[in-house]
Design a protein around this ligand. Structure first.
Ligand SMILES: Nc1ncnc2c1ncn2[C@@H]1O[C@H](COP(=O)(O)OP(=O)(O)OP(=O)(O)O)[C@@H](O)[C@H]1O
Length: 273
């Protein structure tokens, strides 16, 4: 898999030259993302990393269609995604099956009135799938009978995130975008969810895009990584190579900020300044 734009038969998601600007108060515009290009193979996984404000969420939202790009294209399985949701219901559902997103806080995206099983059945019905699949989906994400009958507020943070992943999978998406999806969870629960996602991508061929400020998260679950700084991609390539031999100063700074054995916070802070 390569992070360069590529239109070969093995590229499932191809992103080419995405750009987004926002008006600044007064005059001028802020460039939130500039000339972002990458591709992901079926069953591949890409990390988008950078500090707060680097433009990661803007890119994620352009992939899924929540933000309209100023320029650039997103192609899934050879089909360019239209910048706006189509009017026709069937076309809208087909578009939803291309890219699904899991957010940091599933409280916002899950309906508080529905039990986990009802949530999945509703999504399955909407997409014309067998509602009985809900049981299998719950099993797949490690939720049992008790959780099936629970509403979001009765679930733990990790269980809610498992439900959000199950709901996204109910649509059978080609691409799953995870925007800081494990950031709010304990490290041990994070590891379980990341392991689950890794198994799912190997079993189903769904392509994963992990948006994270946390290099430790992308290190373990991505093939390739793209480092963003102030809206621009400063470095991209195989995750192991980029993290072991960062070519850009900014990537080195990000790595220096990760606590590990022998880590020196007193060295990391002045380096950032
Ligand atoms: N709707 C908006 N209107 C104006 N500016 C925006 C809007 N959304 C994002 N921005 C700006 O675009 C830049 C990139 O924001 P973005 O949320 O993509 O960064 P990020 O790397 O995901 O950061 P975080 O992890 O804090 O969400 C920031 O400077 C942000 O203030």
């Amino acid at each position: 898999m390569s992070t360069e734009p590529r239109n070969g038969p093995d590229a499932l998601l191809v992103v080419d030259g995405l750009r987004k600007t926002y008006p600044l108060p007064g005059r001028g515009r802020l460039t939130a993302a500039d000339d972002v290009s990458f591709s992901v193979a079926p069953g591949g996984s890409l990390g988008i990393v950078g500090e707060s404000g680097s433009g990661k969420t803007t890119v994620a939202r352009m992939l899924v269609g929540l933000v309209r790009p100023d320029a650039g294209t997103v192609t899934v399985d050879g089909r360019p995604r239209s910048p706006r949701p189509p009017r026709r219901r069937q076309a809208r559902l087909a578009r939803a099956r291309e890219v699904q997103m899991v957010f940091q806080d599933p409280y916002i995206s899950l309906d508080p009135r529905l039990t986990a099983a009802q949530c999945l059945r509703t999504t399955l019905r909407l997409h014309g799938r067998d509602e009985a699949t809900a049981v299998r989906l719950l099993e797949r994400v490690g939720l049992g009978e008790r959780e099936a009958d629970a509403r979001p507020r009765q679930l733990s943070g990790g269980q809610r995130q498992r439900l959000a992943i199950a709901r996204a999978l109910a649509v059978q998406p080609r691409v799953l975008v995870l925007d800081e999806a494990v950031a709010a969870l304990d490290v041990s629960i994070q590891a379980q969810i990341l392991q689950l996602l890794d198994t799912i991508r190997r079993d189903t061929g769904v392509a994963l895009v992990f948006v994270s400020h946390d290099l430790a998260v992308v290190q373990h679950v991505t093939d390739d990584v793209l480092v963003m700084h102030r809206g621009s991609v400063v470095e991209q390539g195989p995750t192991q190579r980029v993290l072991a031999e960062p070519a850009h100063d900014y990537t080195r700074l990000l790595l220096a900020a990760v606590p590990r054995e022998g880590w020196d916070p007193e060295g990391a802070v002045p380096a950032r300044a």
